[in-house]
Ligand binder design. Structure first.
Ligand SMILES: [Zn+2]
Length: 303
């Protein structure tokens, strides 16, 4: 079986907004379709609603389908879930707004299982400048929030930060791994949500990770995308020496347009086969599909 560990999906927000179940739905991700993969793991992001709303929703959904999915906090737990043929479900916070940029609520979210946090979504907040904001960096309050998040520990996600915030956070990480859970290469598709070569190099030198985002506007300036466009980002990051530091950050249920013919999680197998046809060694492809993000989870969360 092909493994899959995707670093970012907005499925919880979609189910909260529109209703529906995790077992089967008409979005990009459900448990039935994820069963084509093993071991399988998924970071479910809290976005657009307070974590105090989406955390309990996640617990209800996971409990209702506990034969197929289990909340995980460590790489060890994810491996165990894989051995039981269950999806390893991780929780992340997409922007500290979902805990009101508040350290007490961050700690509570960690206690409820959240293991990854981005300081901002696109907008500036009390902690840092976001990618769609005025260009500011990390604030003193943000530096304190970041210290707490690291100490819990949580994985730090830079995907939606402004460039200045990126570099402030990168410096504050002191060489320990951090991630861009769903960000592509700006040299391939010139979008501020994508990483510059220098930013990707900083992630690599910190033994971090970047998840390839399947949202068409982050893949290409064209109207539609194909696996070739996804491959161009992978190839670019690989050429920068980072093939062990990339993986999947598909943005399922959070993006308006996937590559042509891609319906959701069920079609990732086609990308796996496409990479093999492009002569990527299967070990490398398995790294991209699963092990590269698992390694970061292990280094940060398995203490
Ligand atoms: Zn996002």
């Amino acid at each position: 079986m092909r493994p899959v560990f995707d670093a970012h999906a907005d499925t919880l927000s979609r189910l909260q907004r529109r209703g529906g179940d995790l077992l089967e739905n008409d979005g990009h991700f459900d448990l039935r379709r994820a069963e084509a993969y093993g071991p399988a793991a998924q970071f479910f992001a809290a976005y657009g609603f307070d974590f105090e709303v989406l955390g309990p929703l996640a617990r209800r959904l996971f409990a209702a389908h506990d034969d197929r999915v289990v909340l995980c906090r460590t790489a060890g737990e994810a491996r165990r879930a894989g051995a039981e043929s269950r999806l390893a479900a991780f929780l992340s916070l997409e922007g500290a707004e979902v805990v009101g940029c508040d350290e007490t609520r961050l700690r509570a979210a960690w206690e409820q299982g959240a293991r990854m946090v981005g300081l901002t979504w696109n907008h500036d907040n009390a902690l840092a400048g976001g990618v769609g904001g005025a260009g500011g960096g990390l604030t003193p309050r943000g530096a304190s929030f970041l210290r707490l998040a690291r100490s819990l520990p949580m994985i730090i996600d830079v995907s939606h930060l402004s460039d200045r915030s990126f570099w402030d956070v990168a410096e504050a990480m002191e060489g320990t791994p951090f991630v861009a859970s769903h960000s592509n290469a700006r040299a391939v598709c010139d979008h501020p949500r994508n990483l510059t070569d220098g930013q990707f190099a900083a992630l690599v030198s910190a033994d971090g990770f970047a998840g390839i985002n399947l949202y068409t506007v982050f893949l290409t300036a064209g109207e539609t995308a194909a696996w070739e466009d996804v491959g161009a980002h992978i190839e670019h990051f690989a050429a920068l020496g980072g093939v062990r530091h990339i993986g999947l950050g598909c943005d399922f249920d959070g993006c308006a347009q996937l590559p042509a013919g891609v319906r959701g999680i069920e079609d990732l197998g086609a990308l796996y086969e496409w990479l093999l046809r492009k002569n990527y060694p299967e070990d490398t492809v398995r790294g991209i599909f699963y092990h590269n993000i698992l390694r970061v989870v292990e280094r940060i969360c398995d203490m």
